[in-house]
Design a binder for this molecule. Structure first.
Ligand SMILES: [Zn+2]
Length: 465
């Protein structure tokens, strides 16, 4: 994380009385950033108890989920369960280390950071609080956070992304000074277009105007506003300063995070409808989302081969009182549950892209209902863990290659029905002989040839694509 306002007084209220799920109070980290120069320093700052902020956060959740009734029709707020459930499921943190609101990755979790003074003083009406929260949620929904590195001019993309999301928020929920279509009157921007469209249009304006002679474009409101938004932007509703941290993640980590996020979103959508004015492409993307692409290998069939002589069983129903003699009750359905050891070659020759593809396959193996145990290995096993649908951060590895350790681990410790080794195949033929069935899944690029793999024990398959 590269952020902070170190020359700002820290006044964290460590009020730990909140039991609210997903909420943590800030930790004091002492890091610096170039952002800090752009943030207006408030010398005299009022201190708000974190518990007070959290109480209001909880209130906002409730309003989003059930709406707000008021004798005055103008004060009524309709229920917006999609935002409500999303917000409830989002980790939150109250911290003065960010100037406004921001989505950040903290402890491997997408987290909404809330500056207490901004929350109380700038978002000084609960409508603005609603708007601010929706703004952040929409950035996540539209995948702006994860994709911002694709754009050559990231600041321009920030403006384009804000243009997209603010259109979905009622005007009376937005504070003054935020990016709106009207901010660019000369461009006559079409509503509800993609961030690509707005980015392109803003880029045209940027290229045209940034080479203008002094004064030539002074009367161009769009250009003036664009400069303002690209500049300090301190009156903006929030900042995107954390997005860059997310860009620094490896492709595998980012992919895992994104899958997690989309899965959550689908869960939320099952319980509540998407807002009616959502663009269809996003609706379809989310509603039809089936974790990344289709599996490239037919794991169902591959695992069937392994299963044929597997004798392992597990009991499908949970037993209240197992029979002393047989360990099960009669009539209980017994199903086969395969134990699969997945070894992942994490040596230096495997790049992040390849690892991401490996883990995508691991996910599909796991989806077949088998027990998956992962062993990360370069010259020796870095760590092993039971896979539960997502990979663990901080992958071990990066060294040379030796295939023996996982085979030994399978033989002596885990004793799986089958072992699947993901690798590029570059390493010596292992001297350890697997006692279980074994299959080598070779990466699609620059992997060892079938001839080179010929004397490896077990089957060999190449990842397609
Ligand atoms: Zn934004």
């Amino acid at each position: 994380m590269s952020h902070s306002m170190s020359n700002e007084e820290e006044h964290t209220t460590h009020n730990q009385e909140n039991n609210t799920e997903n909420i943590t109070t800030e930790e004091q980290t002492q890091e610096t950033t170039q952002e800090e120069s752009q943030v207006e320093q408030k010398i005299e700052k009022k201190i708000y108890p974190v518990s007070e902020i959290l109480y209001e956060v909880a209130q906002i959740s409730t309003i989003l989920i059930v709406g707000k009734l008021d004798p005055d029709p103008a004060e009524r707020i309709p229920a917006e369960p999609f935002y409500g459930y999303f917000f409830t499921n989002l980790a939150k943190r109250v911290t003065s280390q960010i100037p406004t609101l921001a989505v950040a990755l903290i402890q491997n979790q997408m987290t909404l950071c809330i500056n207490p003074n901004f929350w109380k003083e700038d978002l000084d009406n609960f409508r603005f609080k609603l708007g601010g929260i929706k703004h952040e949620i929409l950035h996540l929904v539209f995948d702006h956070v994860m994709t911002s590195m694709r754009w050559s001019n990231k600041r321009l993309f920030n403006v384009a992304a804000d243009l997209v999301v603010n259109q979905f928020i009622p005007r009376n929920q937005l504070i003054d000074g935020v990016v709106l279509l009207e901010s660019f009157p000369e461009l006559k921007l079409l509503p509800f277009e993609s961030s690509q469209y707005y980015y392109n249009r803003l880029m045209e304006l940027y290229q045209e105007c940034s080479i203008c002679k002094n004064g030539e474009k002074d009367d161009n409101v769009s250009w003036q506003n664009l400069q303002k938004f690209l500049g300090d932007g301190s009156d903006s509703q929030e900042k995107h300063i954390y997005w860059e941290d997310i860009q620094k993640l490896s492709e595998a980590e980012r992919q895992a995070l994104r899958n997690q996020q989309k899965k959550n979103m689908r869960k939320i959508i099952k319980g509540s409808k998407l807002p009616g004015n959502f663009p269809n492409e996003f609706r379809e993307d989310i509603e039809n989302f089936d974790v990344t692409q289709k599996p490239q290998l037919h794991w169902k069939d591959i695992l069937k081969v392994f299963a044929s002589n597997s004798s392992r069983t597990y009991i499908k129903n949970t037993l209240k009182r197992p029979s002393k003699r047989y360990g099960t009750s009669p009539g209980i359905k017994i199903a086969k549950k395969q134990k699969i050891l997945v070894a992942i070659d994490t040596s230096g020759s495997i790049d992040q892209d390849q690892l991401a593809k490996f883990f995508e396959q691991v996910y599909h193996i796991w989806r077949q209902g088998v027990e998956v145990h992962v062993a990360e290995c370069d010259t020796e096993i870095g760590r092993t863990y039971t896979y539960k649908g997502k990979l663990l951060p901080n992958m071990t590895g990066g060294g040379g290659t030796d295939f023996n350790d996982p085979i030994k681990y399978a033989n002596d410790k885990y004793k799986p029905d089958a072992m699947i080794y993901f690798t590029d195949g570059y390493g010596d033929i292992p001297y350890e002989k697997p006692k279980c069935k074994m299959i080598w899944i070779l990466s699609n690029n620059y992997a060892a040839s079938p001839e080179e793999m010929a004397n490896f024990p077990g089957k060999k398959m190449y990842m397609p694509g």
